[in-house]
Design a protein around this ligand. Sequence first.
Ligand code: CIR
Length: 254
Amino acid sequence: YRFTHAITRAPATSIIRGLRAVDTGNPDLATLRAHHDAYIATLRETGATVVELGPLEDFPDSVFVEDTALCLPEGAVVMRPGAPSRLGEAAEMAPHLKALYTEVRTVDEGHIEGGDILVTGREILVGRSARTDATGIASLARLVADWGHRLREVHTPPGVLHFKTDCSLLDAETILSTDRLAGSGCFAGYRVIPVAEGEEAAANTIRFNDLVLMPEGFPHTRDAILTAGYTVREIGNSECAKLDGGMSCLSLRF
Ligand code: CIR
């Protein structure tokens, strides 16, 4: 599968008010912008078109565009974020999806965020979490059924923000995962590359065309991915990490 497009959004200065599970200090905006620029340049290096949307000051977490939509080959689905301060971000994304897709549908019941959704090619895994509930999952299942997609509901480990905080798809058969998530058995039938102990924050990576983009600073997990034969690019993530964000959160890819 090759991605031809990604959508990103510039961080707003209001990001210092962004949501976080544990306060470890505010992100430094200049550093965050430098990391974000490196991320976009790396996506572009693979030949994809990257749409860069402008900052939304009213939405401190709006740099994390992944949570606002699900992009599938057949069309896009606008999410219904479970974080009240993020609900309005989805409507802001809708017109940009309509410009790129002929079909855009919208989840209209319950709550669901893109960070809880892993599309593997054979199925769509959706993790129930503090942000994603059964009603939201059922709504998404109905919206994508006639596109031929089957959803499987799984669990996000307790205390973990999103399902994909703890896993990433490296190719159609292979998932990078923390042990605390893979231990639930949800990846039976896939090859699992474990994230090194103590490097749980390395689980949120993305495979984008020929590259695996992963956060800088997790050498054991990086070496495991390299050994498995992938080409790795390490991107600084220190500032987004303060807001529980990582590689997947920063783009919509299709
Ligand atoms: C939030 O709590 O919603 C943001 N601070 C981080 C969102 C990260 N998004 C993602 O994992 N897909």
